[in-house]
Write a protein that binds this ligand. Sequence first.
Ligand code: G6P
Length: 369
Amino acid sequence: ISAVKGEYKHFMQKEIYEQPRAITDTIRGRVDFDNMQIVLPELNITAEQIRQLDQIVTVACGTSYYSGLVGKFFIEKLARLRVEVAYGSEYRYSDPILDERTAILAITQSGETVDTLAAIEEAREKHATIWSIVNAIGSQAMRVADGYIAMHAGPEIGVASTKAFVTSIVDQYLLALYLAQARGTLSQDQLRQAIHDVSRLPDLIGRTLEMDAAVQELAQALYQYTDFLYLGRGINYPIALEGALKLKEISYIHAEGYPAGEMKHGPIALIDESMPVLAIALKDDLYEKMISQIEQAQARGGIVIALATQGDSFIAQKADHVLYVPETPYLLSPVVNVVPLQLLAYHIAALRGADVDQPRNLAKSVTVE
Ligand code: G6P
């Protein structure tokens, strides 16, 4: 096994570092650069059939569910199609409203998560179109679907998902553009810009990985705390959820992800000098709001770590620690922002001597209900 891990201490670390290459593989072959079009023949659907759809329901579990929360923004914004995101384990108990004008999008790295498969079954009985985004080729979720999109992340060994998360997000971006082409919701210029943006991701993530030493140093300062709060807004709220999930999965530290605007309705009561608060506060439309939430956390003694846009020196006066990420177009910013949060969870877990690749009580793929 150590040979396979190569220069890395853990598979999770290796898989975090593989993300630029994995995303390159995800995009490869899906863009027809001559015609500036997305091609997804495995989705197995015509433009006419796409135009018949009136909603998409994403079903997934764990990290894949948070990927779906990000993808909802893409499909709604770029293709103007309504998206609902549901937990695989809840969906079939909700008497869901769906019919032949619904496409179910199951996101699952393993393709074998039993709750996600059960949600697919529920949708099949109600005549929805079934799509899956899978990493494991030949898995059940791929076989039972009408069409699929592969993540092309390569084998993911660490129980805590990393490269499958980012590649499944990129897959949903490509899907959103593909749907937009059929629905005519983007101009040729907008489509060209979107393709350009997604093509830059491997480079942006490569640059983000250069902050690893800074994240490790931060982990030194934080690894003995027992409760963390992660705040985000808009498309980065799911990244706050995912950052908190990574930390609890592998370090066994209690961590909560919260939409920053809801902090005043509960979590603020918990904040004191024993609580690190990680705030995703980029230079986007929500920046001013995030700054005011950082001020509130700090006024209560919280240890504020800001995830900020490179060049933002103002925020350094507001936060105790700052992690800088390269400027990225808003819709794709989650893919970059999750990387330092993966690294932070990884280093904190390693410092605590936890079994990073095989955390207690967790399984890579949950095939029981
Ligand atoms: C388990 C894993 C998670 C994963 C989830 C969903 O809980 O530990 O890392 O996100 O299952 O797995 P799937 O294979 O369906 O994406």
